[in-house]
Write a protein that binds this ligand. Structure first.
Ligand code: SF4
Length: 215
């Protein structure tokens, strides 16, 4: 299947109803890279709904990098309660905010290398900031993106970082920004970790996983 066709079929099967926390956060007028960065850190091991609620609560009260850098960890933990490991994440996002204030003039850096120097920021988070915060071409690979790429047979990889490289070679650069959002939504609604809905999946004819099970 052609790369463009895969994305078009996913989008067609999903319709308008599905969403992801990061695309919501990234699409809000007042957001920007800082909110995306903090939202992505909060999203680790947490359902999208909880991430969106916690991010809204946090930024409803705390207005930006300087305020978060000076915030009380217990107050921040209370605001983000509901996301996994909220006590640890509270201290981390305060630490990240202090680094941004002290070393980067209160701005989120735009380069992968600098983003990776921040605590709690790995390649997936850095790529999310690039795509959803800066609208830069990149492919964040989370568990959904990794699983679906391997089920379809686009990738045959063990680690998300390897999958990222395969996907960057497979999809033309102009499509990179669409990949994470569509794959994550598809992974939540159709190609679920357990019990994928292959019967309604328009990609099944070209899917290695489906072929293995049904042929
Ligand atoms: S056919 Fe099944 S395993 Fe393959 S992409 Fe579709 S839902 Fe996922």
């Amino acid at each position: 299947m052609e790369p463009k066709e895969i994305l078009a079929k996913m989008a067609g099967a999903l319709g308008e109803d599905s969403w992801t926390a990061l695309s919501e956060i990234g699409s809000e007028d007042h957001s920007g890279p800082f909110k995306v960065l903090i939202g992505t850190i909060l999203s680790h091991r947490t359902r999208d709904e909880r991430t969106a609620e916690a991010t809204d609560r946090l930024f409803g009260k705390i207005k930006g990098v300087n305020e978060l850098a000076e915030a009380d960890p217990e107050e921040v933990a209370r605001l983000i309660r509901g996301v996994g490991f909220y006590n640890v994440k509270s201290r981390r996002i305060i630490e990240v905010s202090r680094i941004l204030r002290d070393r980067y003039g209160g701005k989120v850096p735009k380069s992968m290398k600098e983003l990776l120097n921040l605590p709690s920021v790995g390649r997936k988070t850095a790529n999310c900031v690039l795509v959803y915060g800066f609208k830069i071409d990149a492919i964040p690979v989370d568990t959904h993106v990794h699983r679906i790429s391997n089920r379809l047979g686009i990738a045959h990889t063990k680690e998300p970082d390897e999958t990222e490289e395969v996907l960057k070679a497979f999809f033309p650069r102009k499509l990179w920004k669409e990949v994470n959002d569509l794959f994550v939504r598809y992974g939540k609604a159709i190609c679920r970790p357990v019990g994928p809905k292959c019967g309604v999946c328009p990609l099944r004819e070209g899917c290695e996983y489906y072929m293995k099970i049904h042929c």
